[in-house]
Design a protein around this ligand. Structure first.
Ligand code: HEC
Ligand code: HEC
Length: 396
């Protein structure tokens, strides 16, 4: 186990992007952090499993392989064509049933607004208008985008700044669904249901004046997998023209068309020589914060945590097992705070064991609810199972 010496540096770096109060509260939190539907303990302001330093070359202690469940929870990306958009509301990897049928995931603009006002407005402003130091989520006109793509040496550079928002810039609405699903609200990611994510997506699209089938989305408009592909974002052609065409001449033509479209790339005249004439110094980007010195300094590998005091092992029990229990499990299993079956509580363990021992092993290995896979330990499976046996024996 390692103490991270560079927490302070990391905080400073992060607070360049985030408001200080947010970072402070994130780091001050001593509790659990939800990731991939799994709760990880936070130690010294760090997620246990993520901040193990891997630069210790002696033992190649590279943590453990991600479990199937974790991969499934993280491996969510929704394609532009809507592939992998969820159809149902899910719980523990299975569709939620309503009157015996899987519950379709869907959400209205109105419901999205409610959710937004409760969970997002404090950072992103009313209707996504921004102004609170976090990204602006609405407004901006995609027609203005070409301003920032203009050659700055154009004779009449336009002083207006284009605002890149979901509505003006993002080519596909699927990105929005996925972004919210994966990472928002910032302080509690992955806490939204699929229906809530559809609702928030619908609300933010409506706030951006996006039309579906030529019509503005009103408050009753309900978004789901079924109608998602009807959304066409204004800037859908702003990135790549279709170049992979059947007719090999059509691709280059599409590219030419894009590059000579004055609404996208300025005046349509290419400049190949002496393009930047006036005031070069005004074009310089200045770096305000000096991130360079030691910016990539590796986190410390110093082993500076105290060895945990050795607990006395009961007769006939391998002291290593007891030690492992103390190191990896006791934080949660010695008290009822987060609902773990407490060691010594015979009723609680009898209930757990009703499932049969194999299922208990596999739940503990894969993780269940607030129980992290392998108890967030990096032990070999046999050592891990030995702790379970020990916990069960102590709870008879
Ligand atoms: C505590 C502040 C906070 C809250 C609350 C919050 N966000 Fe965010 N949001 C952020 C930050 C910070 C970013 C930028 C993250 C980054 O760029 O890495 C962001 C980015 C986004 C983006 C991407 C914007 C862009 O143009 O790149 C979307 C969309 C978004 N948030 C939606 C939401 C929704 C929906 C909610 C409510 C469910 C929400 N956010 C709640 C802080 C917050
Ligand atoms: C972050 C807290 C946490 C840690 C650390 C932790 N557990 Fe758990 N454990 C839980 C919680 C909470 C439950 C109850 C889960 C439920 O059923 O909702 C649980 C349940 C279990 C169960 C019963 C599984 C079942 O089938 O219901 C076993 C066995 C178990 N833990 C073993 C361990 C072992 C062994 C370790 C240490 C290597 C460990 N746990 C570390 C929180 C934790």
């Amino acid at each position: 186990m390692f103490k991270l010496e560079n927490t302070k540096k990391l905080k400073t770096l992060l607070s360049l992007g985030l408001s200080l109060s947010l970072t402070t509260s994130l780091f001050a939190a001593n509790g659990m952090s939800v990731d991939g539907a799994v709760k990880y303990e936070v130690k010294d302001g760090k997620y246990g499993p993520y901040h193990l330093n891997m630069q210790d070359t002696k033992n190649y202690n590279n943590g453990r392989a991600a479990t199937k469940k974790e991969i499934k929870m993280w491996n969510v990306d929704v394609r532009p064509d809507g592939k992998d958009l969820p159809l149902y509301d899910m719980k523990h990897g299975k569709p939620i049933l309503e009157d015996g049928k899987p519950k379709i995931a869907e959400g209205s603009v109105e419901f999205g607004e409610e959710l937004y006002d409760a969970q997002c407005v404090m950072c992103h402003g009313e209707f996504g208008a921004g102004g609170k130091g976090y990204p602006t989520l609405a407004g901006g006109d995609f027609k203005n985008l070409h301003i920032q793509r203009l050659n700055p040496a154009d004779e009449n550079p336009n002083p207006d700044v284009a605002i890149k928002t979901i509505g003006s810039y993002w080519p596909y609405a699927s990105t929005l669904f996925w972004y919210i699903y994966d990472s928002m609200p910032f302080t509690n990611p992955k806490s939204l249901t699929n229906s809530e994510t559809y609702a928030l997506t619908a609300f933010l699209l409506a706030s951006n004046g996006i039309k579906v089938d030529g019509k503005e989305m009103d408050s009753e408009f309900t978004l789901s997998k079924a109608n998602f592909n009807k959304i066409v974002m204004p800037n859908v052609d702003g990135f790549y023209p279709e170049v992979d065409t059947k007719d090999p001449h059509q691709g280059p033509k599409n590219m030419q068309k894009l590059l000579s479209d004055p609404t996208i790339y300025g005046k349509g005249t290419r400049c190949m020589k002496d393009c930047i004439k006036p005031k070069v110094e005004e074009l310089l980007l200045r770096v305000k914060f000096d991130l360079a010195p030691n910016a990539n300094e590796p986190l410390s590998t110093k082993r500076s945590w105290k060895e945990p005091a050795k607990a006395a092992a009961p007769d006939g029990v391998d002291p290593v097992v007891v030690e492992n229990y103390a190191t990896y499990c006791s934080a949660c299993h010695s008290n009822k705070a987060i609902g773990a079956p407490v060691i010594g509580d015979s009723t609680a363990w009898a209930e757990v064991l009703e499932k049969g021992i194999e299922e208990v092993y596999s739940n503990a290995i894969e993780g269940i609810n607030a129980m992290p896979p392998m108890g967030a330990s990096t032990l070999p499976e046999s050592d891990f199972k030995a702790i379970i046996d020990y916990m069960i024996n102590e709870s008879k």
